[in-house]
Design a protein. Sequence first.
Lengths: 114, 113
Amino acid sequence: AQKITQTQPGMFVQEKEAVTLDCTYDTSDQSYGLFWYKQPSSGEMIFLIYQGSYDEQNATEGRYSLNFQKARKSANLVISASQLGDSAMYFCAMREGQGGKLIFGQGTELSVKP
Amino acid sequence: SAVISQKPSRDICQRGTSLTIQCQVDSQVTMMFWYRQQPGQSLTLIATANQGSEATYESGFVIDKFPISRPNLTFSTLTVSNMSPEDSSIYLCSGEDGQGGYTFGSGTRLTVV
């Protein structure tokens, strides 16, 4: 069965510095997708970045990049130049195959300090 | 990407009553999913809603407690039945657009008293 693990319940980062949020996964499928979402205190889920299992390049979206290490089954999110508005919960999620359900990790609460 | 309107955004309900949550999508989505997020926890999938067929429930969730409707490709409802304080959670719907993208509604923050 697929599984997503985020081992950092909480992280602190100084404003303007970079931070890495860890995510490891387990699946027996060859085709899967990895997602990162941001959830502010309002509760909405904001899509940040996606990495497909067959993608050779690491995904990037503005200040967000995904450090995909397939052999290690890790998909860490890197946020560069942190901003106060980045303070939120961050969830890593995995989809098996195409169009299937998303399974979420436990989440990491990020706090950005001025 | 699709935009999902979810209603109500929050509610306070008496135990023993039921609440129906609605999600309207501005375009057709193939699959819709309903999640529960208990306080301080991650998202747990309740069920997958397919048009024209019964929803597929995850282990620990049953249709009598969480009946779901999916009358067309742009609309779905989740009912939380016979509520107890343990049902106090955020409930989120999500749609898969057929191209690998997932959009979420803004969530329903439910408090049962």
